[in-house]
Design a protein around this ligand. Structure first.
Ligand code: TXA
Ligand code: MG
Length: 313
């Protein structure tokens, strides 16, 4: 049974212990409640996707306590500095190229070489992150396809049976997600309108910001706009055998002879945690192609298959 604890020194320290142990904690930010996990821990990130029952691995926003921590994981451009100095802590997430020594789980960024980063404007959220001593990946703490939560009760209604702790900080002051700006290209692009208006940002930068929205005004899921990690080697799905020159990415006990096995015990959470790292490894290995054994189209298996199909396309 989930416990809903009002924010206090004690509840934060309990949350810190859980996060350090790779478990998930829902916590308030000024925008919406986030479902937090240690962003450097593949397994914790896989648990986030499992708890939300997300059919794909849309990349997550990594939350840090201050700009200096953000600079360790993302390559700041001039515009990034200007925006972080003005709007952080606050409801702005910026997408930057990863640093070469970035420790963030490949699953958190869905295998992309960029990362969404934000310093939340909620004091307790920042203390939680600071005390955990790790960046915290946190999508909105709702089940996939449902409304974003702005109270602890919303989180409990949707995820209460999946997580041990919800920190209750009362209703969120902003109530919509952060604005997401892509700064990886020359011109900043708005990927998601949010808590800080694009006009305010344009005014501060003294430049126009282009948007990714099509004419009908609906934004595509931003992570889907970018091409995801695809191995250089051809990928063959639903493989039941290995052809000469192929590496086999296995799943389940039937994959014991595989080059690498996503999960010998057929555990989809474990498989998700291993997915991007293993694809990278097999892509670097001396094989001409990668064959992947079938995974069930259920739970996290849907997200894994979605990414494998994209990688094979
Ligand atoms: O207000 C918020 O931002 C909340 C609170 C908890 O901080 N978090 C949140 O996270 O909304 P999430 O994971 O639900 O939204 C992340 C958004 C997604 O639309 C995703 O596609 C985009 O950011 N995103 C993340 N990393 C990206 C990347 N590397 N490239 C493009 N888009 C990215
Ligand atoms: Mg969301």
């Amino acid at each position: 049974m989930v416990s809903i604890d009002p924010i206090s020194t004690e509840s934060i320290s309990r949350a810190v212990d859980l996060l350090r142990a790779g478990q998930l904690v829902a916590f308030p930010t000024e925008t919406v409640y986030g479902l937090g996990g240690d962003a450097t821990n593949n397994r914790a990130i896989a648990e986030i996707f499992a708890a939300k029952n997300r059919p794909d691995f849309n990349p997550l926003i990594v939350h840090v306590a201050h700009k200096a921590a953000a600079e360790k994981i993302g390559q700041f451009t001039k515009i990034a500095h200007a925006l972080a100095d003005q709007f952080w802590p606050g409801a702005l997430s910026i997408i930057l190229r990863k640093t070469s020594n970035c420790t963030i789980s490949a699953l958190a960024s869905a295998g992309l070489d960029s990362l969404a980063i934000r310093v939340p404007g909620h004091d307790f959220a920042r203390s939680l992150i600071e005390q955990t001593c790790h960046p915290i990946a946190a999508p909105s703490a709702n089940a996939s396809g449902r409304l974003s939560p702005t109270t602890a009760q919303h989180v409990a209604d949707q995820l209460g049976d999946k997580i041990p702790l919800i920190l209750d900080g009362g209703p969120c002051t902003i109530g919509v997600e952060s604005t997401v700006l892509d700064l990886t290209k020359e011109a900043p692009t708005l990927l998601r309108p949010g808590g800080i208006s694009v006009e305010t940002i344009e005014q501060h930068l003294n430049m126009r910001i282009s948007t990714s929205a099509p004419r009908n005004g609906t934004f595509k899921s931003p992570g889907m706009l970018t091409s995801h990690y695809a191995p250089a080697r051809p990928l063959r799905l639903n493989a039941h055998n290995v052809e000469p020159g192929e590496a086999l990415l296995g799943f389940g006990p039937g994959g014991t002879g595989a080059t690498l096995n996503l999960s010998e015990s057929s555990n989809l959470t474990e498989a998700a945690a291993n997915l991007f790292a293993y694809l990278h490894r097999l892509d670097a290995a001396p094989h001409q192609a990668i064959a992947v054994m079938p995974l069930p189209e259920e739970g996290l298996g849907r997200a894994i298959n979605d990414r494998l199909r994209r990688a094979a396309a």
